[in-house]
Write a protein of this length. Structure first.
Length: 144
């Protein structure tokens, strides 16, 4: 059975459950939605995380297209959840930490394989070709 849950990160701390339901219910019937932290009286947090479980797989595929949609004052990061059920708050909040989303990356681009083996991606350097509209990103290995 396919996982029908999405994980939404980089959510403004002022966002409410009602707002999240309103946004994601347009994409399909929601089975369950949880916004973390659930306690609105918690001290100020940098961002919230939300899990939405849809009744149909097609809704998940559509919801993934909302990634980078600006909601309140942040660009949402929407990804398919790796969890079959919505995790509890401590696990969910560990996913709210700032991160850079890279989708469908080729594993051959990864550098290092162990914990202290260096960065996962080389530092990108950009170079212009012709006009500013023609920018290529060239990945250079600094060890060469």
């Amino acid at each position: 059975m396919a996982i029908c849950t999405i994980q939404v990160t980089n959510i403004c701390p002022k966002a409410t459950v009602r707002q999240m339901k309103e946004l994601f219910s347009y994409l399909g019937d929601i089975d369950e939605l949880r916004l973390f932290p659930e306690d609105e009286n918690k001290p100020e947090i940098p961002s919230k995380v939300c899990f939405v479980t849809y009744k149909e797989r097609e809704s998940v595929e559509t919801a993934l297209h909302l990634s980078n949609t600006v909601f309140i004052d942040r660009a949402l990061v929407v990804a398919q959840s790796r969890f079959e059920i919505i995790p509890e708050e401590p696990v969910a909040m560990s996913l709210a930490a700032p991160a850079v989303a890279v989708a469908f990356i080729d594993k051959s681009l990864l550098i290092g394989s162990g914990v202290n083996s260096g960065p996962l991606l080389p530092t990108p350097q950009t170079s212009l070709l012709g006009t500013p509209q023609m920018v290529f990103i060239e990945f250079i290995n600094s060890d060469l």
